[in-house]
Design a binder for this molecule. Structure first.
Ligand SMILES: Nc1ncnc2c1ncn2[C@@H]1O[C@@H]2COP(=O)(O)O[C@H]2[C@H]1O
Length: 518
């Protein structure tokens, strides 16, 4: 309780007085009881006879007993002498208690006085020490008087020297609130209507925060208003902020005139600098606002700051580009690796196909060799027709093979298919030449042979079935994906091929008929 009250000394004294009162009260009661026990008015010490109207009233009885008890406890001692032993005992006990009560009264009052003096010592500088110092150094009386006056001024105006030290125990926000409530009245300034707060070109020493009122930012003619500032707005910061590039330096950039009565708080340059050093975000905000106004007024020089900013931006961009480039390089490397592996696969595929083509080429040549040998041996014309048919069929097969391969390889294998085709075409041409030679030797008419060749090649182009290389296990192992593609093509074109097969058969039959006729 004592710590909560703003007047702890008063509280302490009051508490002591109440204790003493209660004690005196109970002692008075005891005195009345003892008087009644001994007999009222039996001697001078006891309470007088209550039958007397003077001492009969209750109030009188209480007041008399309380007065008697208080005299004992305050050690005044102006009480009638005891006559009986009980009375002596009561007096001895009361006086002993009275000593304690008196000691506690003196002690408590002494404490209160000491704490009051301490408070003064805490708030104000110790004048006595200074006085002793002045005396010991024989300082002139006049100077000592001036120093005394200064101390008096401190006390009168309640200038507390150790303010910082005293308030240090408090948290910052509470300290701020205290500072605001203590110093706000001294910061406040009132301006009358039409009065100028500052004029353009004056050196700026403080900035203002509008507590109440309206002020105009006016041009030199005093009429043109650039802006109107109202409650909670601030102004006058530009000239005290040292904004880089401010052409007006530390001079006011505009005239500020009070429209009505305006109540302003002023903040000195030093205080503002102090505060802003602790709140850099607020500083940035103020500077930014100032720069905006200066830019609007065309009073901001182009400093190196912006260039620096640009350089920073360029550097940032370069860094971003570099990181992007790195990412792209990694991607490129991955793509190159993929390309290489697909190239390798492709090469393997080409080799495989070349082998297949070579195997296909060898087959009809061997057959042809046998036929030539047989012809040379003179096996008759009837057999020649059969041989021709065989040959034509073989060529038909070759043409079909080439087409199927083309389809198998799809886009990727364009080149390969061409190669394969080229090979097969070469071999067919070679075969034709040989046949022509054989015909020249009198076995067949060359024109007919050519015609048949043409027909055959046309037929071969159209054909999509009958693929001798298809059942090759090696091919499946090498390119499973392409196998799948060709399978798809197979299934799609299966129907068409069946139709084409039947057409081819018809053609063959016609050819055979023709040959027989011939
Ligand atoms: N166009 C404007 N709008 C608002 N305030 C302004 C404008 N021009 C100047 N001021 C304020 O008026 C102040 C005049 O003193 P300073 O140059 O110190 O700071 C100036 C700004 O705070």
């Amino acid at each position: 309780m004592e710590t909560r009250t703003s007047y702890p000394n008063t509280f302490r004294i009051t508490k002591l007085m109440i204790y003493i009162f209660v004690l005196i009260h109970w002692n008075a009661c005891l005195y009345f009881a003892l008087s009644s026990y001994i007999g009222f008015g039996s001697d001078r010490w006891v309470y007088p006879n209550i039958t007397k109207p003077e001492f009969a009233s209750m109030r009188r009885q209480y007041f008399y007993c309380f007065w008697f008890s208080a005299q004992i406890f305050t050690t005044v001692g102006d009480t009638p002498l005891p006559k009986r032993e009980e009375e002596y005992l009561f007096m001895i006990a009361d006086l002993l208690i009275a000593v304690l009560v008196f000691a506690s009264i003196v002690g408590n009052v002494g404490n209160v006085i000491t704490s009051l003096r301490d408070r003064d010592n805490v708030f104000f500088p110790n004048h006595e020490l200074v006085k002793a110092y002045l005396r010991s150094h024989h300082i002139s009386k006049e100077l000592r008087q001036r120093i005394d006056n200064w101390y008096q001024h401190l006390h009168i105006n309640k200038k507390i020297m150790r303010e910082k030290e005293i308030l240090e125990q408090l948290p910052l926000h509470l300290r701020t609130e205290i500072a605001v409530s203590v110093h706000l009245p001294t910061l406040s300034k009132v301006f009358s209507p039409g009065e100028y707060v500052c004029r353009k070109g004056d050196v700026g020493h403080e900035m203002y925060i509008i507590r109440e009122g309206k002020l105009a930012v006016v041009a030199d003619d005093g009429v043109t208003e650039y802006a109107v500032l109202t409650d909670s707005n601030f102004f006058g910061e530009i000239s005290i902020l040292n904004i880089k590039g401010n052409k007006s330096g530390n001079r006011r950039t505009a005239n500020i005139r009070s429209i009505g009565y305006s109540d302003l708080f002023s903040l000195s340059k030093e205080d503002l600098t102090d505060v802003l050093s602790e709140f850099p975000a607020a500083k940035r905000h103020l500077e930014e606002k100032g720069r905006q106004i200066l830019t609007k007024m065309g009073m901001l020089e182009d400093t190196g700051e912006e260039k620096e900013g640009d350089e920073d931006n360029v550097e940032k961009k370069i860094n971003t580009l570099e990181s992007n480039l790195e990412i792209l390089q990694t991607k490129l490397a991955r793509l190159m690796m993929e390309l290489e592996s697909s190239n390798r696969k492709m090469q393997a595929r080409v080799e495989q196909l070349e082998l297949e083509v070579a195997a296909l080429e060898n087959q009809p040549l061997e057959n042809e060799e046998e036929r030539i040998k047989r012809e040379l041996r003179g096996e008759g014309e009837g057999e020649e027709v059969g041989w021709e048919r065989e040959e034509a069929e073989g060529e038909e097969e070759e043409g079909l093979d080439a087409k199927v391969k083309k389809e198998e390889q799809g886009e990727d294998g364009n080149e390969l298919t061409k190669d394969g085709d080229g090979e097969s075409t070469k071999s067919t041409e070679g075969d034709v030449e040989k046949m022509v030679e054989v015909d020249k030797s009198g076995l067949k008419d060359p024109d007919d042979q050519e015609k048949k060749e043409k027909d055959d090649s046309e037929k071969n182009k159209d054909k999509g079935d009958d693929r001798p290389g298809k059942g090759d296990g090696a091919e499946i192992e090498l390119e499973e994906e392409k196998e799948e593609k060709s399978c798809e093509i197979d299934s799609e074109e299966g129907g068409e091929m069946a139709e084409e097969d039947s057409e081819n058969k018809d053609m063959k039959q016609k050819d055979e008929g023709q040959t027989k006729k011939e």
